[in-house]
Design a protein around this ligand. Structure first.
Ligand SMILES: [Zn+2]
Length: 356
């Protein structure tokens, strides 16, 4: 048990369930510190959610209950819930015959996604749409498409659909001009009761394709997409759970309706995500550098489909965050919550969205 030092509290907070039911779940979780990261046993996770083993993705370990299946694999960070892909902050590890998942992933990703309705959120009346780049900054460019044009065309279509659905919409840009990242964030931060959706398209090798959605990396975790040299700056924000819920809603609608390759809901410290004080995502709608996808994302018809996916995802997110049932009994009882001494950046997760 080298380096596996600590038996600390990974507290189950009793919210809705009777005590007997809570005890029947797990009662207390053992936390193991491995190379500076806190983990819990996956066996305890399955027990808590009352999941049993089932057939799932080839090469993955799959557990689930009812219409919900979770799949993951040792040494990897990809994590699936009902076939939608997430990227964990830390790989699942195997120590002394036990499979372990980090407590930060449990409290910031797994539990808010599996039990979204245990959470709370403020009212949302407005969507700030941020078509990336503009003016002299074209973003990704290929012979098939120019990112700034695709971002703007998609944003204008999303605006029309959101307004038809009853939202107020603020565009950071509605024409081809340049804004700094700070100006984009400032617009959102001074807009009350809003969420922030930054719209981008990707570049990569000619075969790279698919949709990916970014949310801010949780406090204290590193990210492969830091885009900052301040390695000491690993701050999170107060919207972790709203961020992951919004990402889940928009991303899952988009993957389901377009059939695009699912590159996952990922963590990043992009500038627009770091300083935002509203629930926020950065959505990458496809690769301008891929011949087939580049042609699609610059077409009016596909932009219309993608815009509808984004609008539907936002509607789903706000619908779920408006409703907080007095008791919610799917999965295990109580709430997975890290003790403050273990996770200074922990924020109780907020109301989210379902995967269905
Ligand atoms: Zn971009």
């Amino acid at each position: 048990m080298k380096q596996m030092l600590r038996k600390a509290l990974f507290i189950l907070v009793l919210l809705v369930a009777p005590v007997a039911e809570l005890c029947a779940a797990t009662g207390k979780w053992e936390v193991f510190s491995v190379r500076g990261v806190d983990y819990v046993r996956l066996d305890d996770v399955w027990s808590f959610y009352r999941f049993s083993k089932r057939e799932g993705r080839p090469g993955f370990i799959s557990y689930g209950a009812g219409d919900r299946t979770v799949s993951l694999r040792p040494s990897k960070q990809d994590f699936y819930v009902n076939n939608y892909r997430y990227i964990l902050s830390y790989p699942v590890i195997s120590e002394n015959g036990m499979l372990l998942i980090s407590t930060i992933d449990m409290s910031k990703l797994v539990d808010p996604v599996l039990r979204p309705r245990l959470t709370k959120s403020g009212k949302i009346t407005t969507v700030v749409l941020d078509p990336g780049h503009g003016g002299h900054d074209s973003g990704a460019v290929s012979r098939y498409a120019r990112e700034k044009d695709c971002n703007l065309a998609l944003g204008l279509k999303v605006r029309r659909k959101l307004e038809a659905a009853g939202f107020k919409v603020v565009m950071t840009r509605d024409k081809d001009f340049f804004l700094t990242l700070g100006e984009r964030v400032a617009i959102a931060n001074r807009t009350p009761d809003c969420i922030f959706v930054s719209l981008h398209h990707n570049s990569g090798g000619s075969s790279a394709s698919g949709i990916e959605t970014f949310t801010l990396a949780p406090h204290g975790t590193t990210s492969p997409f830091a885009r900052t040299r301040r390695t000491e700056d690993l701050a999170g924000n107060n919207q972790d759970s709203e961020n992951i819920a919004l990402a889940t809603a928009v991303h899952s609608h988009s993957i389901k309706k377009t059939g695009a390759i699912d590159r996952g809901i990922q963590r990043a410290r992009f500038s627009v995500l770091c300083t935002i004080k509203r629930p926020a995502i950065l959505f990458e709608g496809g690769f301008v550098t891929n011949q087939q996808e580049g042609s699609k994302i610059s077409s009016d018809n596909y932009q219309d489909i993608l815009a509808q996916c984004i609008c539907d995802g936002i509607v789903r997110y706000t619908y779920n965050t408006r409703h907080r049932p007095s008791s919610y009994r799917r999965g295990g009882s109580g709430s997975v919550r890290a003790g403050s001494s273990l996770h200074s950046g922990y924020v109780p997760h907020a109301r989210g969205t379902s995967l269905r």
